[in-house]
Design a binder for this molecule. Structure first.
Ligand code: ADP
Ligand code: MG
Length: 292
């Protein structure tokens, strides 16, 4: 079953996706100016539960009319661990996350979750397992309470507040005149970047998904926000399969494994200390502070 949506229908999809979670929302926006072709096989099945191992098996992928981005790409991401993807701009980091969320299907090879080919799974069961936090996480005009609750519609106020506490957002929220009923403004414009980010982390906490995909902010947060963000992140990633496109050294240090990409290939991988000693691309990126 191949679904191609007309623009008007895409708008309708956005509304529906709002109900089903962050990844859905993000996906619709990102694909808005491309033909949206999502294939859900007629015999698609929900993914079975598992520890959360993600594996790329000989994956080849190119964007429409573009050059190959990945060519028989292999990578295994350990369940429950945090992997940082680093590498120059254009090396394929975001594409890897796109493929895991199944915004696109590879032209060759498989992306497997606990051994199950995600292209044979229902989209709902895949997205249920994934929380995605990025620098431009969508906040919607509405209250802080509403924005956090997008993580899980049936969460109680108490659960929303617990998630906000865990994300180090509760104190700044309570400092607002209307607390959780404060309006965040169009795209969250009434809040600072650090505040928006902590709300998006609270949302992800509430979702309690098995897999966390994180595209870290490039924008410099002030020192206090950055420390709060790091603490929140530590809590959020605990025991989840986490992939972070890391721009901050503090996050890279935190990762169990660092995968260094260049031109769609893994050129190095290992923990921070090992890679530094190796004197390869990682060491260069690190030394010259070129961490993208
Ligand atoms: P990174 O996240 O490491 O900067 P990307 O995965 O975004 O790299 O990009 C890998 C390659 O794919 C780049 O050459 C980029 O120009 C291309 N690319 C990324 N997104 C798209 C897209 N939506 N359409 C076409 N080409 C894209
Ligand atoms: Mg990118």
């Amino acid at each position: 079953l191949l679904l191609a949506y007309e623009p008007a229908k895409r708008l309708a999809r956005v509304r529906i996706s709002l109900e089903s979670g962050i990844v859905g929302v993000r996906m619709m926006f990102q694909l808005a100016d491309e033909p949206l072709t999502l294939a859900e096989k007629p015999d698609a099945r929900p993914l079975l539960a598992g520890p959360g191992e993600i594996r790329f098996d000989a994956v080849s992928f190119a964007y429409q009319n573009g050059p190959p981005v990945l060519d028989r790409f292999d990578l295994t991401l350990a369940p429950g661990k945090m992997t940082a993807l680093v590498g120059p701009s254009g090396s394929g980091k975001s594409t890897i996350l796109n493929l895991i969320m199944r915004m696109y299907d590879p032209q060759g090879g498989k992306v497997l979750l606990d051994g199950q080919d995600i292209s044979h799974a229902t989209l709902a069961s895949l997205r249920e397992k994934i929380a995605y936090v990025s620098q431009d996480t969508f906040l919607f005009a509405g209250t802080i309470m509403h924005n956090i609750r997008l993580g899980r519609q049936d969460a109680t106020d108490e659960e929303v507040i617990a998630a906000a506490r865990a994300a180090n957002a509760h104190d700044f929220i309570m400092a607002q005149a209307k607390g959780y009923e404060t309006d965040v403004g169009e795209n969250g414009g009434l809040l600072s970047g650090g505040q928006r980010q902590r709300i998006s982390i609270a949302r992800a906490m509430l979702r309690n998904a098995e897999i966390l995909l994180l595209d870290e902010a490039t924008s410099a947060l002030d020192a206090e926000s950055e420390a709060l963000f790091r603490d929140a992140l530590q809590q959020l990633t605990e025991g989840r399969t986490t992939i972070v496109i890391a721009h901050r050294l503090s996050t890279v240090h935190q990762a169990d494994t660092i995968v260094v990409l260049e031109g769609g290939k893994v050129v190095e991988s290992g923990p921070h200390k090992t890679l530094l000693k190796q004197g390869g691309l990682y060491q260069k990126l690190y030394e010259y502070q070129l961490m993208p």
